[in-house]
Design a binder for this molecule. Structure first.
Ligand code: BEZ
Length: 238
């Protein structure tokens, strides 16, 4: 930020994640540099000590290890201050039980962003929804610091964290196996092979000459990809 002007931007898929240094509940972070080599989910929430956000934090924190096994770190943000964050995370751990989850410790960093500098850099303040709170933004960032997926939710709608896990696994699977994933894909479901790039390949595929593929038409072919094969390749070894 220069001359006290806040830079407002809406990063896009494929962009380098905007850089920032910030105070968090786990100390200072230099983003995305500190996360080089890991996938990251950078997400915002509207405010501490609010019910939807509390349900989200308990759910997300309870899945932190599952994300860590997929080489994925979590980083939260709201425009509240550090002491509010600390007090809220202590309350969550000490007092709140949600869906059988209790004593949940939020170990991932939660950014304080009272100046809204980071929120504005990532397009998290959306004035039609609120001028004073971040919407529920999700940025999935790859090990090279490139934004690979962006999802925004309004203030009233709690996120589906199993869907965020599916997004991370699908992106990693696409990278590792050079495939795409169809609607509602889950690991173990058939995957989409790259579309035929020549008339010859299109013909071969339609004549069944390309081996283990099922073609709905020349441009839409799938193949089997076993869940264990995926997980062995992308999950961290114990
Ligand atoms: C909530 O997390 O409950 C919430 C936060 C801001 C506006 C509405 C709901």
């Amino acid at each position: 930020m220069e001359n006290n002007l806040v830079s407002i931007s809406m990063p896009r898929i494929g962009d380098k994640a905007p850089e920032f240094k910030a105070v968090t509940t786990q100390g200072m972070i230099n983003f995305p540099e500190d996360y080089s080599g890991s996938w990251v989910i950078l997400f915002s929430h509207p405010a501490d000590f609010t019910p939807v956000c509390t349900s989200e934090f308990i759910t997300f924190a309870s899945m932190e290890e599952k994300f860590a096994k997929a080489n994925t770190k979590l980083v939260g943000l709201s425009v509240d201050g550090l002491y509010s964050h600390i007090a809220w995370l202590r309350t969550i751990k000490e007092k709140i039980e949600y869906k059988g989850l209790k004593n949940v410790e939020v170990k991932f960093p939660l950014i304080e962003d009272i100046t809204m500098e980071v929120a504005h850099k990532y397009g998290m303040i959306q004035p039609g929804e609120s001028n004073t709170k971040a919407v529920r933004a999700v940025f999935v960032i790859d090990p090279k610091g490139i934004i690979r997926a962006i999802i925004y939710y309004p203030l009233s709608l709690g996120r589906n964290f199993e869907e965020l896990y599916r997004v991370v696994i699908a992106l990693q699977t696409a990278d590792a196996f050079a495939i795409a994933t169809p609607a509602d894909w889950q690991p173990g479901d058939d995957v989409i092979v790259p579309t035929a790039g020549s008339c010859g390949v299109a013909k071969d595929r339609m004549e069944g000459k390309e081996g283990d593929m099922h073609c709905f038409d020349w441009f839409f072919c799938t193949k089997k990809l076993d869940k264990n094969t995926i997980m062995e390749k992308i999950l961290k070894k114990e």
